[in-house]
Design a protein around this ligand. Structure first.
Ligand SMILES: Cc1ncc(COP(=O)(O)O)c(C=O)c1O
Length: 385
């Protein structure tokens, strides 16, 4: 990969060292151009090219499917991650007294859709982390005969702990529970092949590791379970022959498209297709290799600078997110110092969260840690005096 030419795809590198891809990422140039081109087309031509937009949306679906190793028929476009999880949570055929298992490291997108099922007699069980890690044995322990679903993040948002998709998925299969995954902190940075992974739903959105637009997401749903589900929201585009407007026939589409209840956000769908196109060109293997190398460098340098690493460093548990704390300097002070130097990081769960993507460089990691080290030596001297 030629990093210099790839960086031209990300004009934000001229202004910033952006290490908040776990928050909202800079868009790739080609994504922004697709969004603008669509908006201009509507401005000047109305619906004249609508057949072309539709073909473009299907191309985006195919690319996203390729990125995760799915069949395009298994993907529905959504508004955001939460929307996808709400669809999964409300389409599972629950019986009164069933339960769902989540963890206490989840972003609330993967919490409230489950808690709100209480009105349908569904209990939400929360497995506690141990020192920032979710143990498969603890999930196993929480499962009983009434467990209908387990819902976790592939990568936990605050400390970047990577859950074991295979082990959790196998456990769900064994126990007859649906496996629902919030993939927003993984897909685009780490590799997955959903066809080989025992999971049922995978929900995420475009604005983090995919380098796409905000307010647009996806839901993967395994074809084999489609007919067991009772879609929560059925609308005019959920049915076959959706364009036969006055022929009211409630025959659901045979694919995950049945979860797309109404009109499409074309600009974002087309933008996402371009954003994913860039990731496919670089290649998921190369992207994962680079993000793990960059986080290796970050971790080594942060340790040398006196920071404590809050993320798991065990093989298979690492991701593109590094969480670091300092015994004498508050994370807010460190983040403010970084922002003054046009370096973007955030505070999560009482620590500095750094989340580089493949197009960042080792040199940038050194520059960021240099600012953090300098801030902490000033802070530590002030504390000592
Ligand atoms: C794990 C996780 N899930 C979901 C979201 C966001 O959800 P949505 O796409 O619905 O805004 C975030 C962060 O914003 C997150 O870190």
């Amino acid at each position: 990969m030629d990093i210099t030419s790839v960086r031209q795809e990300l004009p934000a590198v001229e202004n910033l060292i952006h290490l908040n891809h776990a928050g909202v990422s800079p868009m790739s140039r080609r994504c922004a151009e697709a969004v603008k081109a669509h908006t201009d087309d509507v401005l000047h031509n109305g619906t004249r090219h609508s057949a072309q937009w539709r073909r473009g949306v299907e191309r985006s679906r195919q690319r996203l499917a390729r990125l995760m190793g799915a069949d395009p028929a298994e993907i529905a476009f959504t508004k955001n991650t939460t929307h996808g999880i709400i669809i999964a949570a409300n389409s599972i055929p629950w019986r009164d007294g069933d339960n769902v298992i989540i963890t206490d490291l989840e972003f609330p997108a993967n919490v409230y859709p489950w808690l709100s099922l209480e009105r349908r007699g569904v209990e939400t069980r929360i497995v506690k982390h141990r020192d920032g890690r979710i143990l498969v044995d603890d999930v196993r322990e929480a499962i009983d005969a009434r467990t209908r679903a387990v819902a976790v993040s592939w990568v936990e948002f605050s400390n970047g702990f990577r859950n074991n998709m295979h082990a959790l998925g196998e456990l769900c299969r064994e126990r007859g529970a649906y496996f629902v995954v919030d993939a927003i902190q993984g897909l685009g940075a780490l590799q997955i092949g959903v066809a080989d992974a025992p999971l049922d739903f995978l929900a995420g959105a475009a604005h983090k590791w995919l380098l796409g637009p905000t307010g647009f997401g996806y839901l993967y749903c395994r074809t084999a379970i489609l007919d067991e589900l009772v879609p929560a929201m059925v609308g005019w585009r959920s049915v076959v022959d959706a364009d036969e407007y006055l022929d009211y026939k409630l025959e659901l589409r045979p694919d995950a498209g049945r979860f797309e209840e109404g009109g499409c956000n074309y600009a974002s769908a087309l933008g996402l297709g371009e954003a994913v196109g860039l990731l496919l060109e670089v290649g998921p293997t190369e992207i994962e290799r680079r993000v793990l190398r960059l986080t290796d460098v970050l971790i080594e340098e942060l340790l040398r600078a006196g920071f404590e690493i809050r993320s798991s460093r065990a093989s298979g548990e690492r991701s593109a997110i590094v969480s670091a704390g300092h015994s004498q300097v508050a994370p807010e002070v460190v983040v403010a110092a970084l922002v003054r130097e046009n370096m973007i990081a955030v505070v999560r769960d009482g620590a500095v969260r750094l989340s580089p993507h493949f197009y960042n460089t080792e040199e940038e990691m050194h520059q960021v840690v240099a600012v953090m080290r300098a801030t902490c030596s000033v802070g530590a001297r002030a504390a000592a005096s």
